[in-house]
Design a protein around this ligand. Structure first.
Ligand SMILES: CC(C)C[C@H](NS(N)(=O)=O)C(=O)O
Ligand SMILES: [Zn+2]
Length: 310
């Protein structure tokens, strides 16, 4: 359970119930399924939001992933905000209605349910980051693009940035990989945009993380320019700071690298509220901060949905 005073955050069972209720309340525009299970056997839910959700329409697709890192609970609330806004707002909010009618929106509110549940064990925050395999794998170092290439992760199982024993050795990253791979239809990846939500630091980050080069064998100058242009527009909308991921620090095996490197999906990381300088406390904002700090990204979500159709 969450500590007293932080009941506004959703536990795994509470988020599961919220998703089931949203699907029941909006059967035509939602499809609730899963991408697989975690190491400890928890289902990793996948919510699809789109008009005629049961059909695979020929519309641009977008993915939002949250809670790769266990203690970053505000990100789970960010994904639940997207679910609620695009279901409850359908038919009344014109922007929401237009996107639900013209896009296929996929939301994974927790990629790391085991870690997230461990972090709140006994109603005390554990400061936990990784999954619960052995001493834990840092899921955001376990993706199979440039895995362990560039001193952007650790090979020490005790480290908080332990990359795992191989790319996708964690069942959680493997499950999301399998879902994204399954969206290659007729040889073409249907997903065009992705945001992976993290806390904290109030940053908009784009690939690559494994190198400080803007241009690589997998990123042309024009593509790098587009990331910068869209990244800056996203950051203008929420007041975060835009930068290439490696400008923060070098990472390898991160999700953005794989989404772009493997599938050319316009993939960003958002580091949410608070800004910086709070140490471990920065991962545990008050639940009064949930509404303002998730709604703060509504416009950015719309920008990404727009870009997916560009
Ligand atoms: C996406 C990278 C560059 C930043 C991220 N920071 S976090 N959310 O772990 O503090 C991470 O280290 O995975
Ligand atoms: Zn994180």
């Amino acid at each position: 359970e969450f500590p007293e005073g932080d009941e506004g955050f959703h536990t795994y069972s509470e988020l599961t119930t919220l998703l089931e209720n949203a699907a029941a309340d909006h059967p035509d525009i939602t499809q609730l399924s899963d991408v697989g299970s975690s190491h400890e056997g928890r289902t990793i839910p996948l919510m699809k939001i789109s008009a005629d959700a049961a059909q695979d329409s020929d519309e641009p697709e977008v993915l939002f992933t949250c809670n790769q890192h266990a203690r970053e609970h505000l990100t789970t609330e960010m994904c639940l905000r997207i679910v609620e806004r695009f279901t409850d707002g359908y038919g009344t909010d014109q922007t929401v209605t237009d996107f639900v009618d013209s896009r296929e929106i996929y939301v994974i509110p927790t990629v790391n349910p085991d870690g997230s549940e461990h972090d709140i064990e006994g109603g005390q925050y554990q400061g936990w980051r990784k999954n619960r395999q052995g001493q834990g794998t840092d899921l955001n170092r376990n993706w199979g693009y440039k895995w362990g290439c560039c001193d952007g992760s650790s090979g020490d199982p005790a480290s908080d940035t332990y990359r795992g024993e191989s790319g996708f050795s964690a069942p959680e990253t493997a499950a999301v990989r399998d879902f994204v791979n399954s969206r290659v239809v007729g040889g073409e990846q249907q997903l065009e945009g992705h945001i992976d939500f993290h806390t904290y630091g109030e940053l908009v980050l784009w690939p690559f993380g494994h190198t400080t080069d803007d241009v690589t064998e997998d990123m042309t100058e024009q593509q790098a320019q587009r990331f910068q242009d869209v990244g800056r527009e996203l950051a203008d909308s929420n007041g975060y700071t835009p930068q290439q991921s490696s400008d923060l620090y070098v990472t390898d095996g991160d999700v953005n690298g794989w989404m772009w490197g493997e599938h050319r999906i316009l993939s960003f990381t958002f580091e949410m509220y608070p800004a910086d300088g709070f140490g471990l406390d920065g991962f545990y904002p008050d639940d009064e901060d949930i509404a303002p700090e998730t709604e703060r990204n509504d416009q950015a979500v719309d920008i990404l949905l727009r870009e997916a159709g560009a």
